[in-house]
Design a protein around this ligand. Structure first.
Ligand SMILES: [Zn+2]
Length: 438
């Protein structure tokens, strides 16, 4: 019972923490721009041929998203109904008495089957990128990336699952709380280590200073205005052009692993001013503590998901366990039930996660536009143009369906961001910047 109280307190603390003023409040200047933006439908436009492509792509992607989510739930139900997880468990348990080996063997089988069942949609997704000219990555290279992702997910996943089953054995009713600790540790390690260990497995990075010293000089000015510590030695250019045609720039990692990554496609297609605008947005995420906020939000979501996951899994085992040949939670085959439950929960949680993400992204937009004031000639025009470039390169639909935006968009739609940028001028007479004094 005491645990219920702790959980409630945690929930209340997290609820307070997840609505701090920098997300919740809107300055009068910002509200004015948001209002003007709502009536502006020409801030981001596409020529007719591209518009048709963008609308087609939006429809196909939306279908793919919802079909993919449904399939990930259905396939696990099918596997369970056919008793396949139980059979895989028997093979793993008969092969060795060592639990570590059993875990790696069982997860290899289960993840392997899931990957095969997901393959048609993944292949179609890559085909779509190729046919719209968004990707130029050849099939062998794509397949190799998929293989690396699978191996990484298997190795990291198996280690976590070993801990999960250890927690289940120690405490069948409270494992959701105990397992939450290593799960969060893994998330933290991921944020810190993935720029150093994982990203280089998939792409090549070069110091930006070598290829674009002039650009580095301009970006240093934005860094100086933001007050973030990011020396030129931590600015990298990523060779994205061998795989994709879209534009991107991001800041990743924390502490000593923090770095700016600029896709070479961006350097080739966007002006230094436009790049500064995107960069300003990225720095905003750091200055406004979005990394810590995102981690707190993830921590809360995981805690709730594990808590509900435990209850739902117990319920399913009570009802269908005998039919699925799964004896208890402490049965490797129960992993399939857990995955099923977590897939359902993560689908339902998508709009919550995305709403949180969109509010953070809007705050970073405001910050970015203010950060380049005095560095580029006209922050409004430059930022709007940067969105035009980004949207055109990724064939973003200028008028996505509001429901799809609500459910699946992690960022506000490009046209609303471009319209806001065009309308936002905190340096006009009587207006005030939100994050800077001037
Ligand atoms: Zn962002």
């Amino acid at each position: 019972m005491r645990l219920r109280i702790i959980l409630l307190l945690l929930l209340a603390a997290a609820a307070l923490f997840s609505t701090p003023r920098w997300i919740g409040s809107t300055t009068p200047t910002e509200a004015l721009a948001l209002k003007a933006a709502a009536h502006n439908s020409t801030a981001y436009t596409l020529p007719p041929a591209k518009l048709k492509q963008a609308q087609g792509l939006f429809r196909t992607r939306t279908t793919l998203y919802f079909a993919g989510s449904a399939w990930s739930i259905l396939q696990l139900l099918l596997l369970l109904a056919l008793g396949i997880p139980a059979r895989l468990r028997d093979i793993a348990v008969n092969a060795t008495r060592n639990r570590l080996a059993q875990c790696f063997l069982f997860t290899l089988f289960l993840f392997g089957i899931i990957a095969l069942l997901d393959a048609p949609l993944a292949i179609y997704g890559h085909h779509l990128g190729l046919s719209y000219g968004l990707s130029i990555q050849g099939w062998p290279s794509w397949l190799w990336d998929q293989t690396k992702s699978f191996l990484l997910a298997w190795i990291v996943g198996a280690m976590l699952i070993l801990l999960l089953f250890w927690a289940i054995r120690k405490s069948p009713t409270r494992w959701w709380l105990w397992f939450w600790v290593p799960a969060m540790a893994a998330v933290l390690f991921g944020v810190f280590l993935s720029p150093i260990l994982v990203d280089p497995l998939f792409n090549k990075f070069e110091p930006l200073q070598q290829s674009n010293p002039a650009l580095v000089q301009q970006l240093e000015k934005v860094v100086a205005r933001s007050g973030v510590s990011l020396p030129p030695s931590r600015m990298f250019s990523m060779r994205a052009s061998s795989k994709v045609t879209g534009l991107n720039a991001y800041v990743t990692g924390v502490g000593s692993s923090k770095r700016l990554v600029l896709w070479d496609t961006t350097i080739a297609h966007a002006t230094p001013d436009e790049i500064s605008s995107v960069f300003g947005h990225e720095l905003g995420h750091y200055v406004l503590h979005h990394i810590g906020l995102g981690l707190a939000f993830t921590a809360l979501l995981l805690l709730v998901a594990f808590f509900l996951g435990q209850k739902l899994t117990q319920w399913m085992l009570g009802r269908f366990g005998p039919r699925w040949h799964i004896r208890s939670q402490n049965d490797w085959a129960c992993l399939a039930v857990l995955l099923l439950v977590l897939n359902i929960l993560s689908f339902v949680a998508a709009p919550i996660e995305n709403a949180f993400s969109r509010s953070i992204e809007h705050a970073a937009d405001v910050y970015g536009q203010e950060a380049i004031h005095g560095i580029v000639a006209d922050p409004q025009i430059v930022t709007q143009q940067a969105f035009q470039q980004l949207g055109e390169a990724s064939l973003s639909d200028p008028t996505p369906h509001p429901f799809v935006e609500f459910w699946t968009y992690s960022h506000p739609s490009i046209e609303s961001r471009a319209a806001f940028a065009a309308a936002y001028n905190p340096w006009a007479e009587g207006q005030h910047p939100k994050y800077f004094l001037k």
